[in-house]
Design a protein around this ligand. Structure first.
Ligand code: MF3
Ligand code: CO
Ligand code: CO
Length: 263
């Protein structure tokens, strides 16, 4: 199926779903502390989405082909976990870094965004990794405009990440998003300038680079979801949902508590 171009009504609904997803990340920030479990974070986010926002948490029972249904409402990926970490009863400890990935459904449309959180004070290396992943996402976002290509986005991310001595995960990518959680196109976080699909106004997709401190290799755990680095090095990820506009891009998942946009 082709890449869909969203009309103005669809874009308006995507704006709402996106902002709400960002607001879940704002809401949960003060709870991300030493001693809380990822199950507790999951429950808090679930209740906020359902009871306060009137949203459906998209991950809950999400079952793409080849996967068992995802059992929780958010993804919580700690330290060497790359993505799709399943919340559990382990307590967060001082120095952990954790990605919380939120996908809301509001009025039939999806908003998808994630951030890194520090549990207490991170190591210098962990902080540098998280900051690099954040800046790499923004390099990718800034490459978005009509006429640019998906390869331009991937190249902007990859060249920055590798220049910092880190690596980009290949097996997972950004994705079109709308009425469905994962739509075409696939948005790779590596690539060559000028290659791949040409961007047009009205396309909406995520940019969500996974950056490993060590090698790029990953493996999936026995729960069928949690992905970890093969070499057990730390991994960091950030995600926004992006609209291609007539002049460039618009970030659909911004919220009041989002970290500062880099210069
Ligand atoms: N939110 C993830 C993404 O960015 C997908 C999570 S699928 C789940 O695409 F089932 F693990 F929730
Ligand atoms: Co996504
Ligand atoms: Co996500």
């Amino acid at each position: 199926m082709a890449v869909s171009i969203k009309n103005s009504e669809e874009i308006a609904k995507m704006h709402v779903a996106g902002r709400l997803a960002g607001e879940v990340l704002d809401y949960i920030a003060p709870f991300v502390k030493v001693g809380i479990t990822t199950n507790e974070l999951d429950q808090l986010c679930h209740d906020y989405m359902v009871n306060v926002q009137g949203c459906i948490p998209a991950p809950l029972n999400y079952a793409p082909s080849g996967h068992n249904p995802y059992p929780k409402s958010i993804c919580t990926s700690i330290n060497h976990q790359v993505c799709h970490g399943v919340p559990g009863d382990k307590k967060l400890k001082h120095g952990d870094i954790v990605n919380l990935d939120i996908t809301t459904i509001k009025d039939g449309f999806h908003g998808d965004t994630s951030r890194m959180y520090y549990v207490g004070e991170p190591s210098i290396q962990a902080r540098r990794l998280c900051e690099t992943a954040y800046l790499s996402m923004w390099r990718g976002i800034r490459a978005v405009k009509p006429g640019a290509t998906l390869g331009d986005i991937g190249h902007a991310i990859q060249s920055y990440v590798e220049g910092m001595g880190y690596s980009v995960v290949r097996e997972f990518c950004g994705h079109g998003i709308g009425r469905r959680f994962h739509e075409e196109p696939q948005v790779l976080h590596y690539g060559k300038p000028g290659t791949g699909l040409r961007l047009e106004p009205g396309m909406i997709f995520t940019i969500e680079p996974m950056v490993n401190a060590g090698k790029a290799g990953i493996k999936q755990l026995g729960d069928g979801w949690t992905v970890v680095t093969r070499d057990h090095s730390l991994s960091a990820q950030w995600e926004h949902t992006i609209l291609v506009t007539e002049t460039g891009f618009e970030v659909m998942t911004l919220s009041a508590g989002a970290p500062a946009i880099p210069d």
